[in-house]
Design a protein around this ligand. Structure first.
Ligand code: ZN
Length: 160
């Protein structure tokens, strides 16, 4: 996926998460959107830094990098929500392109799903919006149906 797609995904995801955690549509909703949108957009842009430093779709497109970013709020109380952007970048790269990502880098094998669409496809924006909708729906299910992982996701997200 290209940068426009990643930014679109991150912005829509931030708005959606704001409403999932604060459905009222008033000040708390907009505060949550403001709080998470910039970190999520920055996180969504971060993996493609490996186009200039390292190997693209490998060096910064893997689970160890996501784990490090995810650990920052836990250990250092900073970089909150950035991991959400990094994670959604990976999802979009797997689904919104024909090439995979090296999830277990430095093991170089790139993982992909057989039904990704090319970045240049006229369907790319539609796939981006659809992927975002599914992501928001999954979080909404976890939050509103009180699934056991809610406590984990809520404490990490710091939103409720
Ligand atoms: Zn990428």
């Amino acid at each position: 996926m290209n940068k426009e797609g990643h930014v679109l995904n991150a912005v829509l995801l931030s708005i959606g998460l704001g409403y999932v955690f604060h459905p009222s549509g008033d000040v708390p909703t907009f505060r949550a959107i403001a709080e998470i949108s910039v970190p999520v957009v920055l996180g969504a842009l971060f993996p493609d830094v490996d186009t200039a430093f390292g190997k693209h779709r490998k060096t910064l497109h893997n689970l160890p990098v996501l784990a490090v970013i995810y650990a920052y709020p836990v250990f250092f109380d900073n970089l909150h929500f950035v991991w959400i952007g990094v994670a959604t970048h990976y999802v979009l790269d797997v689904l919104g392109s024909k090439r995979g990502i090296a999830l277990f880098y430095p093991y170089e094998k790139e993982y992909n799903l057989p039904f990704g669409v090319p970045v240049s496809s006229k369907w790319a924006t539609g796939v981006t919006v659809a992927v975002t909708a599914v992501e928001i729906a999954l979080v909404a299910v976890v939050v509103h149906f009180d699934l056991p992982i809610q406590d984990l996701s809520a404490s990490v997200a710091g939103l409720i």
